[in-house]
Design a protein around this ligand. Structure first.
Ligand code: SF4
Ligand code: SF4
Length: 72
């Protein structure tokens, strides 16, 4: 399973990653982060569907998303 790691503390809740994901897997969390923003989040159920395309990570202006691909 690919791993999408979102650094909540860096996230400013701009939602660009939610738009960038072709599978629409990233949502904004209702619980605010330490900066007072709604941070991006992905559920374990949605993570299974992730293709590790990294579009979300490329889109993030705050470099808050890291993608770890599965070794084949
Ligand atoms: S890596 Fe691609 S499929 Fe996975 S969450 Fe990011 S944009 Fe969506
Ligand atoms: S693009 Fe980056 S800063 Fe914006 S909501 Fe997504 S993770 Fe947060």
């Amino acid at each position: 399973m690919p791993k999408v790691v979102i650094d909540e503390a860096r996230c400013k809740g701009c939602a660009l990653c939610t738009i960038a994901c072709p599978q629409q897997l990233i949502k904004l969390n209702e619980k605010l982060n330490s900066q007072g923003f709604q941070p991006a989040a992905i559920t374990p159920e949605d993570l299974i569907k992730c293709t590790s395309c990294a579009l979300c990570a490329k889109m993030c202006p705050d470099v808050a998303i890291s993608i770890y691909r599965e070794k084949k």
